[in-house]
Write a protein that binds this ligand. Structure first.
Ligand code: HSE
Length: 311
């Protein structure tokens, strides 16, 4: 195979209380990579849809992930080669939608396919997440693993890295509202204190368990109501003007769970059906407008497949 086109979905990670451990892939939205084999090196030839992103392959998560996957292919299988990438950057950067993760996943997955698909998706998580680490300063794979594997994923352990794909439910209607400003993950991590109150940690542990029990017992209400973050949200809320107004509006109008999507500033809500989701989304947008922020609305479901070949 000389050339390939790959899609990697957006994701919500953290999924509510699961800071750095729970992530969920989102259908219909994502980044695309066209990758072509070359003899050596990683070249980002073109980025379509975002003219500000660096084409330096050491600075862009797509380039870094490609480099890391090539390094692993060399280490494990003595494969030597390179790749030329074209990135269709559909997701907004600094949004909380797992944008940099989707670019990294699409590139890393494409490289592996070009070189005979020798690595499994599980083996790709580590090199791809190295790209996220380089740009955010921390190693976490709630977004990368969700985008790569699809569905809802749990990072059970970082050392050693152990990621589990969980069950999902059929009718998770996801509303995401992204206000019109960027928030860098690094900044959103700096506001989190090093020590956290024990009672909040206890509540979050219970809520993470509630999410998982909800998924495995087909209990939508338990799943959605457990999306209640008592640990991190309160610190990050200060970085998102109008956060509590938007969240309360969502919950008052039928959403069963609501929190910051990833590191923000996007806010997501979980609804029982599409009708409620559409209404909640519009009302959340209205709330942002009241304080002067336009926003983008995404209504979606869970993406089950993760990264995949297209065309
Ligand atoms: N889990 C990470 C965080 C995701 O919340 O900081 C950032 O994209």
């Amino acid at each position: 195979m000389q050339k390939i086109k790959v899609f990697a979905p957006a994701s919500i990670g953290n999924l509510g209380p699961g800071f750095d451990v729970l992530g969920m892939a989102i259908s219909n939205y994502g980044d695309i990579i066209e990758a072509e084999k070359i003899n050596e090196g990683v070249i980002i030839e073109e980025i379509i849809g975002n003219y500000e992103l660096s084409k330096d392959s050491n600075k862009n998560t797509a380039g870094i992930a490609a480099i890391e996957v090539l390094k692993l292919l060399y280490k494990k299988y003595n494969i030597k080669g390179g790749v030329k990438l074209k990135l269709f950057k559909n997701l907004p950067c600094g949004s909380g939608l797992g944008s940099s993760a989707a670019s990294a996943v699409a590139a890393g997955y494409a490289v592996n396919l070009l070189y005979d698909n020798l690595l499994t998706k599980d083996e790709l998580i580590f090199p791809i997440t190295k790209a996220e680490e380089r740009v955010s300063g921390s190693f976490f794979c709630d977004n990368t693993a969700a985008s790569l594997l699809g569905g809802i994923v749990l990072t059970k352990s970082y050392e050693p890295l152990e990621v589990l794909k969980l069950k999902t439910l059929k009718n998770i209607n996801i509303v995401i509202v992204k206000p019109d400003f960027e928030l860098l993950t690094q900044k959103a991590r700096e506001v989190i204190p090093k020590d956290i109150p024990l009672k909040n940690a206890i509540r979050n542990t219970a809520n993470c368990c509630g999410i998982i029990v909800g998924l495995f017992t087909n209990n939508f209400d338990l799943f959605a109501k457990s999306i209640d973050d008592r640990l991190i949200e309160q610190y990050r809320a200060n970085l998102i003007p109008g956060f509590y107004e938007v969240k309360n509006t969502a919950l008052k109008n039928g959403a069963l769970g609501c929190s910051i999507s990833g590191a923000g500033p996007a806010i997501f809500a979980i609804c029982k059906n599409k009708l409620i989701a559409n209404n909640v989304g519009k009302l959340m947008q209205d709330e942002f407008l009241k304080i002067g922020y336009k926003s983008n609305l995404y209504i979606s479901k869970v993406d089950i497949n993760g990264a995949k070949i297209i065309d």
